[in-house]
Design a protein around this ligand. Sequence first.
Ligand code: NI
Length: 132
Amino acid sequence: MQTFKIHHIGYLVKKMEAAKQTFEALGYLPEQDTVYDPGRDVDICFLQKDGYRVELVSPVSEHSVVAGLLKKYKNCPYHICYEVEDYESASAALSAAGFLAIDTPAEAPAMGNRKVAFFSGPAIGMVEVLLP
Ligand code: NI
């Protein structure tokens, strides 16, 4: 049985520094400096509080993969990332649950170049999987 272990909640934000400061005011601690992801054209910053990890994702230009999402949804949580042991079986389990793959596994510079992939399902929207 494939396990889906929660790794972080992805939070779409328009202004990275303002968002970071706001989470810090709520007691979150940054895990790292903000990292630019050139493949997705986003700035990313991870913060932690009470054992929960939040990923702030902010589009850098109109070409960013999330620029359209931000316009549509404004500042909001938009995905949960699950750490999986095996991509193929995770992908099969997600497909069986009605999810469609949005992309194929690609390196995430903000996560030590571990690979991630995104899926979308009709009932709960977007999920991210983090490969070993
Ligand atoms: Ni994420």
